[in-house]
Design a protein around this ligand. Structure first.
Ligand SMILES: *[C@@H]1O[C@H](CO)[C@@H](O)[C@H](O)[C@H]1NC(C)=O
Length: 324
């Protein structure tokens, strides 16, 4: 059989692309699970990919305060071993998926929980926060802590958004001169820059929603008490809540599903909120055709009025057409 040189090159290219089918950029929980199931990726491999990515990108972005490579690789190895020994459908929803926690959330082990403050250096929590217990039960691998505004913006007035003495100034990856907003800035920056697919933030008023919006990722601010605040450095027990920041709505919902629920260590709020958790969970509401038949309104006057013929107008209309 004769095979041309260009045919041979094509075959080599195809072989190469099959081996590299997992795409780090835009990776989601769903694409990670597909790569795990197809045998293209292991949890250990993914932790190593994210550690390399963080080493190369984070010096410019300041989204990460601490990493726990030893703990993360050990947890990833356990997840990989369990995957081999278990039917795919029987694995928990975040099995082997790395997670970055805002630096005010406790994880037992090597990581300090400092809310970005030098005053807290050396504070290695004795046990997991309530949400971290649930994340680990759902199979997640704790990779490290994300930067934030020091004390979640409560250090004092006039402090730049996304700055802490431990993390430095977090940068918006889409526009480094723009604000990343805060206080869960590191979580949103990390998700936006593909430093990790899943991050956790906290909010008193705006600290999940604002950085998610400014860094073009998805954040959910759960009703207070849906998620436990035990083991979290908070500002106000009446207002603070813990929620996911990810690249897609589906991922945010998968993570929300994993972290909500009653916690005896935050008993009053989590008991009160129990009645708001829908029977059958949140994933049932993920609907790929969710926009079909919906009418979309645009606030032209105050938010989306662009000079006619401008780049902004063109880009906005393209995105609107996608939704249409
Ligand atoms: C936690 O803080 C201690 C004390 O500063 C430090 O030695 C240790 O490396 C920190 N842990 C991590 C994972 O960075």
């Amino acid at each position: 059989m004769a095979i041309s040189l260009s045919g041979l090159l094509l075959l080599l290219l195809l072989a190469g692309s099959a081996a590299a089918a997992f795409e780090l950029e835009e990776a989601t929980i769903d694409s990670i699970h597909r790569a795990f199931t197809a045998g293209e990726l292991t949890s250990r491999g993914l932790v190593e990919i994210y550690l390399r990515r963080i080493a190369s990108q984070d010096p410019a972005l300041h989204a990460v305060i601490e990493l726990d490579p030893g703990g993360a690789l050990a947890a990833a190895d356990r997840a990989d071993a369990a995957r081999v020994a278990t039917e795919p459908g029987a694995l928990p929803p975040l099995h082997g998926v790395p997670v970055l926690l805002k630096d005010n959330i406790a994880a037992a082990g090597a990581l300090n929980a400092t809310a970005g403050s030098l005053a807290m250096v050396g504070s290695r929590p004795a046990r997991d926060a309530g949400v971290v217990e649930r994340l680990r039960r759902a199979g997640a691998v704790v990779l490290g802590t994300a930067s934030l505004s020091e004390w979640c913006n409560f250090r004092g007035p006039g402090i730049p958004a996304g700055w802490s003495p431990r993390g430095g100034q977090g940068k918006n990856p889409y526009m480094p001169s723009a604000t990343p907003c805060a206080s869960s800035s590191g979580s949103a920056i990390a998700a936006a820059a593909n430093l990790v697919a899943v991050t956790i933030g906290t909010e008193t008023d705006g600290s999940i929603m604002c950085p998610s919006s400014f860094n073009s990722v998805v954040g959910i601010k759960p009703t207070v008490g849906l998620t436990s605040r035990a083991g979290v450095i908070i500002i106000s027990p009446r207002m603070d809540t813990v929620g996911p920041i990810t690249r897609t709505v589906s991922d945010a919902v998968h993570v929300l599903e994993a972290i909500v629920g009653y916690d005896p260590r935050d008993a009053e709020a989590t008991r009160m909120a129990l009645k708001y958790i829908p029977e059958g969970g949140y994933n049932q509401f993920l609907n790929i055709d969710g926009l079909r038949g919906k009418r979309l309104g645009i606030l032209r006057k105050d938010f989306f009025s662009f000079p006619s013929g401008s780049v902004q107008e063109k880009v906005f209309n393209q995105h609107f057409d996608v939704m249409r």
